[in-house]
Design a protein around this ligand. Structure first.
Ligand SMILES: [Zn+2]
Length: 568
């Protein structure tokens, strides 16, 4: 491609709207343009890169036994009601009506339809396992589209689904996909961290995210620097040490005038946060729920939402708490009735806690569970934080920001039971198939690759996903000798199968051309100039290299090949 014919132009200044490095560089290099919030046009340079990412994904999923197919974007809403996911997706689901006022969904994912494919085609255990996938456009009405291609409302995704007869089979499929994902990231020039992830209310027991660690990431990942433990903060577990081992003492009132927060309570009584019980009220699908956790810990609302199995969870307002006859600043599980009570196990990591008294200006000392109160559900709802102990080795953990670049789930039988996808075992008994699902966003992967591969001049494209392999720059293109030599080299490179972008502009300065080459960041830059020509040489520079080298014009093709990595 000649740059003079290329539809897009580079920008000389940084786009003001860019929130992340990849967003800024893709806009500046003329790769994408925004149509509306979270909706982009992929211009030819981006599209070529995206197609390469897509092909790497396709090759690896095929190698893992995947069969590619294509499912519809438009789906009847009834299908989503059957699995309860219309409510679970809520406002994120794009819906529309056809001319007969029938409601349709623009699919954000395809578990329902693929389960029906399996139901219609699988009879017995002999038909299993199955791994089906597609690479297709998805629609999600994200509340806050952001960061260029990182969080968008219309995007291409590879979604794969496995169907197995039993847990062992599901585990084999899951591990095969995890390995395929590792191969995909490696080939795209990415280092991704595999972290335990929240699988949501419908998930089975295993779910992992692949995260690219970068300050612009929107997920927090908690990692152990000593062992391999890594988990999304939404999911991360931790070990909490007891605040005290003293024997339970008699419970008593303590006057706490005007005190409504844990911090004020601790200051007033001269104690540390881990000697208190924190009380928090939530509205869970409209129901007021009381939650208690040790005072030095925070509630992980994702864990709580999953434990309560609700679609909507938020902090209750003071009015809602008051309407329940409760005292927000001094609430306690002691003597509390007619409300569901949930506790974190940390309320037992210590003794003689200070807790609310359910009356103003008063707290209770020496509160101990289970002596002094009952709980309806005790479940881990701790938000793991840096410094907390690793659940596997006890070492203090760290936190980092990450971009999710892939997610794999064991779904179990949720969809197969809801939609009746069963198979006959060897004894002729019917069982629901066990499913896994596996997603990678294609555009997000490209954006993530740029987040991880750039310098202050621009993108440093990993060769396997670069839109072109070579940027051929002609300097002084108005010189007929340069124009002719560069034009011949351009033809030769393509003839030799080397995808080349030819900067054939006659008006622009050498500085502009070399800056643009750095901005777009193709793996190899070749410069043909009057001075080089006189000595029969061409300048070659790898984008990641600090120095250029001069190579004989006759051997350019071989030198370019040598400086590109092999395919895998
Ligand atoms: Zn560890």
């Amino acid at each position: 491609m000649r740059i003079t014919r290329l539809v897009s132009k580079t920008l000389r200044t940084d786009p003001a709207e860019a929130e992340t490095v990849s967003h800024r560089l893709m806009l500046k290099a003329g790769m994408v343009s925004q149509v509306t919030a979270g909706v982009y046009s992929y211009l030819p340079l981006a599209w070529r890169a995206l197609r390469k990412v897509e092909n790497i994904i396709r090759e690896e999923i095929d190698a893992a036994g995947g069969q590619e197919l294509r499912l519809p974007v438009l789906q009847p809403v009834e299908l989503w009601e059957q699995t309860g996911r219309k409510d679970a997706f809520g406002d994120n689901l794009f819906t529309l009506q056809d001319r007969r006022q029938r409601a349709l969904v623009m699919a954000p994912t395809h578990e329902e339809v693929i389960t029906n494919v399996a139901r219609a085609n699988v009879q017995s255990y002999r038909d299993l396992p199955l791994m089906l996938y597609q690479i297709q456009t998805k629609f999600r009405d994200e509340p806050r589209p952001r960061a260029g291609l990182i969080r968008v409302r219309e995007f291409d995704m590879k979604d794969a689904y496995s169907f197995d007869a039993d847990e062992e089979g599901l585990d084999v499929s899951y591990q095969a996909m995890a390995q395929a994902y590792r191969n995909i990231y490696r080939r795209c020039g990415l280092t991704a961290l595999m972290a335990e992830a929240d699988s949501g209310a419908i998930g089975g027991k295993d779910s992992h995210e692949f995260l690219l660690v970068t300050p612009s990431g929107e997920d927090t990942v908690i990692t152990c620097p000593r062992c391999q433990y890594a988990a999304n903060a939404e999911k991360a577990r931790c070990v909490i040490s007891p605040s005290t081992g003293e024997a339970p003492k008699g419970m008593e009132d303590v006057s706490t005038p005007g005190i409504k927060t844990i911090a004020a309570l601790c200051e007033h009584l001269g104690i540390t946060h881990d000697h208190t019980l924190k009380a928090v009220f939530y509205a869970a699908d409209g129901e007021l729920v009381f939650v208690t956790i040790r005072g030095d810990l925070e509630v992980n609302e994702v864990k709580l939402k999953n434990a309560l199995d609700v679609n909507e969870l938020r902090l209750a307002t003071d009015e809602e708490v008051a309407a329940g006859g409760l005292v927000a600043g001094s609430a306690s599980p002691v003597g509390l009735h007619n409300i569901r009570k949930v506790a974190d196990p940390s309320i037992q990591f210590g003794s003689n806690f200070v807790a609310g008294a359910n009356k103003p200006d008063t707290h209770l000392r020496n509160v101990n569970y289970p002596r002094d109160f009952t709980i309806d559900l005790i479940t881990d709802i701790t938000l793991a934080q840096p410094g907390h102990g690793c659940p596997d080795c006890g070492n203090p953990m760290e936190a980092a920001r990450g971009i999710e670049v892939g997610h794999i789930f064991k779904l179990g039988s949720f969809f197969s039971e809801a939609l009746g996808a069963q198979y006959l075992d060897q004894a002729g008994q019917l069982h629901p198939m066990l499913m896994g699902c596996y997603g990678i966003g294609v555009g997000r992967l490209l954006a993530a690759a740029i987040e991880q591969n750039h310098d202050d001049k621009g993108i440093v494209f990993p060769a396997p996903i670069a839109p072109y392999q070579v940027q051929l720059v002609g300097l002084n293109m108005s010189d007929p000798d340069v124009a002719s030599a560069a034009g011949a080299l351009y033809q030769q490179l393509w003839d030799e199968g080397l995808e080349t972008l030819f900067d054939d502009r006659t008006e622009d300065s050498a500085g502009v051309k070399l800056n643009d080459a750095d901005l777009l960041g193709l793996p190899v830059r070749l410069v043909v100039s009057p001075r080089n020509l006189r000595s029969g040489m061409v300048e070659l520079k790898g984008r990641a290299d600090s120095e250029a080298t001069m190579v004989p014009a006759d051997d350019v093709v071989q030198h370019v090949r040598d400086s590109l990595p092999s395919r895998h």
